[in-house]
Design a protein around this ligand. Sequence first.
Ligand SMILES: [Zn+2]
Length: 223
Amino acid sequence: MPEFSRAVLETLRQPVETGEVVVARANAHVRYPCGFMLVAAANPCRCGYLCDPGRACSKAPACGEDYMSRISGPLMDRFDLRVEVPPVAYADLDLPTPPDGSAEVAARVSAARSIQSARFAGIDGVRVNADADGELLGSIATPDEAGRALLAQIAGRFGLSARGYHRVLRVARTIADLDGSDGVSRIHIAEAVGFRLAIGGMDAPAQPRAATAASAASQIRAV
Ligand SMILES: [Zn+2]
């Protein structure tokens, strides 16, 4: 993703948020529908070896910081799930296949989508949790007391933006659906927040990135 120019990346912000592309010219203003899921990948730094102990990047950590800073904070804020994928060691290639294959995962996703279809039946323009906003989001995703306390603690400590707060609620609601749980609880909030902290920290981290992530990870484990 950071290989694209910053100007190109920034144009994604509006359509990701509103599901529309607006083309404005002197005598015309046209809106095109544009609902999509943005999936992006990036190397950890320009040379790609920042996290590889076998071929350590000679310019670490500046190489990684410069490279990832091409993705602006507001754009990174719009990614709900951030997952770090470490290099696979040769020893791991021999490990047994995980019990959950694609078919099992697909069945869980399908069940969660059915729950959401039933939840939003009869509401115009809302099919899944990702479409829910405002009062509707509050009514379906307000966590229990322990979840609210955790979210308030993390929001205060890591500078969670208003957009980030609502996105955490949506992701937590979906995690609860995958879990078959009626309510959103602390464990669902913790997992949703963990996805935001995995790479790049929160929107305006008050501490250096490594310290932020380590401290957040210990909070999540403490749940
Ligand atoms: Zn590098």
